[in-house]
Write a protein that binds this ligand. Structure first.
Ligand SMILES: [Zn+2]
Length: 142
């Protein structure tokens, strides 16, 4: 009975990742089909050819991004088996399943992420005021 919660969570996290993986694979496959049927029906005069190239580049970039996502999901599944997936890197606590379903590659729990975002805003404000100050002193110097 001791490990029931962990086992359930493990199973749910695996479900989240495999769902996402399947979605991604289906999207990639349908995209590849789309690209092929696009190509088959295209009329290749010079102008349309350059359009087709641009279109192909975008498609390629999207496919590449999705392939990277698949790689990350696979890596997350390996981490999950090693017991390293779904823990917050800041506080070591569990990242909620709801959060992981929305953001499978989240590395922080919501509380830590919010704290970090607030910190970022403060850092940016500080940097902005420093930049403003140095701009001001430079203006005084010359
Ligand atoms: Zn945390």
């Amino acid at each position: 009975m001791k490990n029931t919660t962990t086992t359930t969570r493990h199973a749910e996290l695996r479900q989240i990742l495999t769902d996402r993986r399947r979605e991604m694979q289906e999207t990639v496959q349908s995209r590849i089909r789309d690209v092929r049927s696009d190509r088959a029906s295209e009329v290749f005069d010079e102008i349309e050819l350059s359009d087709a190239d641009t279109h192909g580049d975008i498609e390629f970039a999207v496919l590449q991004m999705q392939a990277e996502t698949l790689t990350r999901i696979d890596a997350a599944l390996v981490q999950l088996d090693a017991g390293e997936y779904g823990s917050c890197v800041s506080c070591g606590g569990e990242i909620s399943e709801t959060r992981l379903r929305a953001l499978p590659f989240a590395v922080r729990c919501r509380a830590c992420e919010e704290r970090r975002e607030q910190g970022d805003v403060q850092t940016r404000r500080l940097a902005a005021s420093r930049a403003g100050a140095s701009l001001f002193s430079d203006a005084g110097r010359y």
